[in-house]
Structure formats: C-alpha cells, structure tokens
Write a protein that binds this ligand. Structure first.
Ligand SMILES: NC(=O)c1ccc[n+]([C@@H]2O[C@H](COP(=O)([O-])OP(=O)(O)OC[C@H]3O[C@@H](n4cnc5c(N)ncnc54)[C@H](OP(=O)(O)O)[C@@H]3O)[C@@H](O)[C@H]2O)c1
Length: 163
C-alpha cells in the first residue's frame, strides 16, 4: 500500500466549517479527481456524509466509522484505521481524503501529502489539518500561486514527501 494524504487547507491549516469545506476551487477539484481516479480513497464517516452524491465514481471508496451497522452504497466500511492493512494490497495507491480526525490517524503512516494551500485565512473554521512538521516532511514540488476567478482565492499546490 502506498499511502498519501490529499487536502485543501487555508493558511492556518483550516479545512472545514460546519461540515463543509471552506472553499471549492474548480481547478483543485479537477486535480483531486485526476490524482485519485482509478485508486483507493479512505475517508471518515462525516466526510462521506458531506459528499453530495455519495461514493466517488471510479475509485475504491473506504469509509471509517465506529458504527457497526453503517452501510453505504459502493463503499467498503472499516472500523479502525489499522483495518486498512488487511484490505489493501501491497502496491495499491491509497489516498486519505479527510476529514480532520482521519488525517490525524494516517499522517504518521503516509509518505506523501498533496496539499492545496489556499492563500486566505477563513473565519469560523472548526476543523484543521494536523501540523506538517518540517523535521519530518520536505517540499518536493510547488506550483502556483494560481488565482481562481470564480471564488477570487489564490492557491498553490505543494507536494510534501516524508524525509
Ligand atoms: N479541505 C479538505 O480538503 C477537506 C477534506 C475532507 C473533509 N473536510 C472537512 O472536514 C470536516 C469533517 O472532518 P471531521 O474531522 O469532523 O470528520 P471525519 O474525519 O470526516 O470523520 C470523523 C468520523 O470518522 C469516524 N472515526 C474517526 N476515528 C475513528 C476510529 N479510530 N475508528 C473508527 N471510526 C473513526 C467516526 O465516525 P462515526 O461517528 O460514524 O463513528 C468519526 O465521527 C468537514 O467540515 C469536511 O468538509 C475538508
């Protein structure tokens, strides 16, 4: 299993407000799709519930919940982070797509972080990405800043790899 995290965060690592993402940037959504398509995604139950159409197509969807009776169409359900090792194959590309609780479970195990940094500080943030320690992670690639005309936000793509 090749484990990566993929996230869109603001300047303070803010990733969520009241169950939703603080901003949607269409170029970033396209990038998310191209990186994750054909691969496996892992998400917390709350992030799953926030997906407007349920499971994301053309990807193996895995949802983490403590509820033993939880079922969702086109999803596999796991009940602890460690279960991922039992159901994913060596070499399988697995992307942790959020939210805050789930990123914290998998950060120490991931080798790569695909970070979209939104150059803004949102108010009312209630969910954060964990701190990326520069003692453990280094920037492998950086693109941007770009500007999203629709939302007005500028953003950069930062690829981190574990040192
Ligand atoms: N900006 C981004 O890139 C991004 C990406 C994804 C999500 N988000 C945002 O993040 C927010 C949601 O994040 P969140 O932290 O509140 O929730 P979350 O991480 O999506 O899901 C939390 C849920 O996961 C399950 N869970 C957590 N730890 C577990 C464990 N050890 N074993 C089994 N199940 C476990 C529990 O589900 P049960 O309660 O069912 O037991 C828990 O309530 C939303 O605002 C969303 O929009 C942002």
């Amino acid at each position: 299993m090749i484990l990566s995290l993929i996230v869109a965060a603001d300047e303070n690592n803010g990733i969520g407000i009241n169950g939703n993402q603080p901003a949607f940037i269409s170029a970033d959504l396209k990038r998310f799709k191209s990186i994750t398509q054909g691969n496996t995604i892992v998400m917390g139950r709350k992030t799953f519930e926030a997906l407007p159409k349920g499971a994301l197509p053309n990807r193996r969807n895995i949802v983490l919940t403590r509820q033993h009776d939880f079922r969702a169409d086109h999803c596999e359900v796991i009940h602890s982070p460690g279960e991922i090792d039992n159901i994913c194959q060596p070499g399988e590309k697995v992307f942790v797509i959020g939210g805050g609780e789930i990123y914290r479970h998998f950060l120490t195990r991931a080798g790569h972080i695909y970070q979209t940094l939104i150059h803004h500080t949102f108010s009312e943030i209630d969910t954060w990405f964990p701190e990326i320690s520069e003692e453990e992670w280094t920037v492998e690639g950086r693109e941007g800043p770009f500007r999203d005309v629709k939302s007005g936000y500028s953003f950069s793509y930062i690829d981190w790899v574990r040192i």
